[in-house]
Write a protein that binds this ligand. Structure first.
Ligand SMILES: Nc1ncnc2c1ncn2[C@@H]1O[C@H](COP(=O)(O)OP(=O)(O)OP(=O)(O)O)[C@@H](O)[C@H]1O
Length: 287
């Protein structure tokens, strides 16, 4: 495995002295897209939320959680350094976005916080050599200068919207004026704007129809896991979607990792009885 953006060791999530997730070990390298699959209640979401530094109140985590080499287990997301903060794309895009703020302003928030450009920040939108030459303040921002003026930020918001397949005028619309698929694209733009080393996507396609689902999976494939792009941890109960997007899979069962390996290997020759069952059901569902 190459440079690790995520290293989880003995991660447990407790509530009132009871371990809801007894112990998870997993890792994700830079440039990787890793799926976490498992039945309902197997601990996928609590593991994801512990990684995001956003456990529900009353729950706490123990063990070790390193993001981009920094131990962050005891550091809530809001106070983590941006370099070791994972961005979230969650199932309910309506809840993830503020209903009363135009989406452009919501994308601009992490952009202003980072005060750098997508290119320097590692969004992987376009390698610098391919960046078209433009005039004015936007040129300065693309050259890696700090983003200051509102005009610069608006241009970068338009670029991020374009990167997720939305027209620039989406910036002026409110989340309630968008479809679920469009809102999920906005959520990905917000995540990319934060220039994270890792995006944690927890069932981001579950609430969508199959066609929109496929489009979001394709978008995640285009925008994560490549050179200079964030790695992806993709939580799903759907093995077929995991196979379409990820190269490696972590199978969870009863709060622990039952199996972890390259997707073709795990699908082709599952070792754990629970993985065998998941594969059997996935095959039956595609008939
Ligand atoms: N806030 C909470 N308080 C108490 N128990 C919880 C809480 N959240 C989850 N749990 C319990 O922790 C276990 C793991 O839940 P988790 O949500 O991580 O499962 P999951 O694999 O994501 O399931 P699903 O696919 O249905 O979302 C379950 O037994 C669940 O009931």
């Amino acid at each position: 495995m190459g440079e690790r953006v995520l290293a989880v060791a003995g991660l447990a999530v407790h509530r009132r002295g009871r371990a809801l997730v007894p112990g998870v070990d997993l890792a994700c390298a830079a440039g990787e897209r890793v799926a976490i699959v498992g039945a309902s209640g197997s601990g996928k979401s609590l593991t994801a939320r512990a990684i995001l530094g956003a456990l529900p109140s009353g729950l706490h985590a123990t063990g070790s959680l390193r993001i981009a080499g920094h131990e962050v287990l005891d550091t809530p997301a809001a106070v983590r350094l941006p370099v070791c903060r994972a961005a979230a794309v969650l199932q309910d895009s309506a809840l993830a976005l503020h209903p009363l703020i135009p989406v452009g302003a919501q994308i601009a928030l992490p952009l202003r916080a980072s005060r750098t450009t997508p290119e320097t920040a590692g969004h992987g939108l376009r390698p610098a050599a391919e960046t078209p030459v433009r005039r004015g303040r936007f040129t300065r921002s693309l050259a890696g200068m700090p983003v200051r003026g509102g005009h610069d930020v608006r241009a970068l918001v338009a670029e991020l919207l374009d990167a997720v397949g939305l027209p620039a005028d989406t910036a002026d619309r409110y989340p309630g004026e968008l479809s679920g698929g469009q809102r999920q694209r906005v959520c990905l733009a917000v995540a990319l704007a934060a220039r994270p080393p890792l995006i944690v996507a927890d069932e981001p396609t579950t609430a969508l129809d199959v066609i929109t689902q496929a489009a979001i999976v394709e978008l995640l494939r285009d925008r994560t896991g490549g050179p200079g792009q964030p790695a992806l941890l993709f939580i799903t109960h759907d093995l077929a979607v995991a196979a379409a997007l990820c190269t490696r899979v972590v199978v969870m069962h009863d709060g622990i990792v039952a199996e972890d390996g390259p997707l073709p290997t795990v699908l082709g020759a599952p070792r754990h009885p629970h993985t065998r069952e998941l594969v059997r059901h996935a095959r039956a569902a595609t008939l």
